[in-house]
Design a protein around this ligand. Sequence first.
Ligand code: PLP
Length: 401
Amino acid sequence: MSERFTGSFTQQEPIPEQGIEAALAVMRSGRLHRYNTVSGELAEVALLEQEFANFLGARYCLATASGGSAMTTALRAVGIGPGDRVLTNAFTLAPVPGAIAGVGAAPVYVETTGNLRIDLDDLEAKAWEARVLLLSHMRGHLCDMDRLMAICDAAGVLVIEDCAHTMGAAWRGVPSGRHGAVGCYSTQTYKHMNSGEGGFLVTDDAEIAARAIVGSGSYMLYGRHLAAPGEEVFRRVRLETPNVSSRMDNLRAAILRPQLAVLPDQCRRWTERYRVVEAGLRDTPGLRLPERPEEESFVGSSIQLLLDGWAAEDVQAVVARCAARGVELKWFGAAEPVAFTSRYDSWRYAEVPHLPQTDRVLAGLLDMRLPLTFSLEDCALIARIIRAEVSAVFQGRAAAE
Ligand SMILES: *Cc1c(COP(=O)(O)O)cnc(C)c1O
């Protein structure tokens, strides 16, 4: 009788009791809107922004309605609009090209390396095509951020980071989101803090911060922010920045503040789980795991498996055999998008370029979430199942040849 896993790959941990209490207090007050405060009161959103800015060592922070709205707000705040082109990863999630298209701009996709990072040689070649890079640290993989910043600085390209999968991660000790001009984060349920929907952007640039705050819908109430630049900066931008309402509310902020306090601990727990699966899969014939450079401190909230050069039907066989034993793997090589879409050629509103390197990587790419509701024993079991099924299909293939 073979082992079976019975846990859920989409089940996150409950909201901390402290967050539930704080959320109840907000609801009892009736003051859910971030600018609805009584005299002397500091809104939960303003406090959360201050705490998140401190956590990252950033000057300014804005909490938003989603990670996607953080990115569109950032793009608008740096002056991207209709007709502009924005460099971005070919391997990312739909809200990234969606944010670019949402401000009327067009994505210019950059190739993907075998280790799932943005291809820096391709970036260097394409850097002249745009003045902004929306860099997605997709599935938590950080590229060589020193080289990336050198390329972008030399080409005059401003960097906005999509840190939806790297909240709590760092490159050579610098927190993810703090290399570029703006860092964007998501607090959607499947990310590293959970408020259902939500997001942040952080920056040290006063002008960008003021444009983002007014642009997110502060009206003339920006003075109620705690992680914002001074009045003189707002005076320059407040009447010429369109209001595209995308604010966070106090209920979500109340849920998030206690989660931020334990975020580093949670990140450690994710990576502990990742390491158990990684160790269990190491040296499985036919299977490669992405390299994790020493400079990268990552958050292992998901793991990627690479079946280089495998035929589509063999990859599908692995997915089906693992699913039959309760292990959910997502394949990025399927022709039709399923569930969360992450293939550049399924976003038909934008020009679909020819990216053979990305196609090759995605054809053999499997992805698995590692929610904190999994125990370390669960992770070891999952690795045993994947190892057995990959080996079975791989040996069957070798025998057939
Ligand atoms: C989740 C996610 C986002 C932001 O998503 P929202 O649902 O808008 O918060 C951005 N980029 C990536 C790579 C993501 O996975």
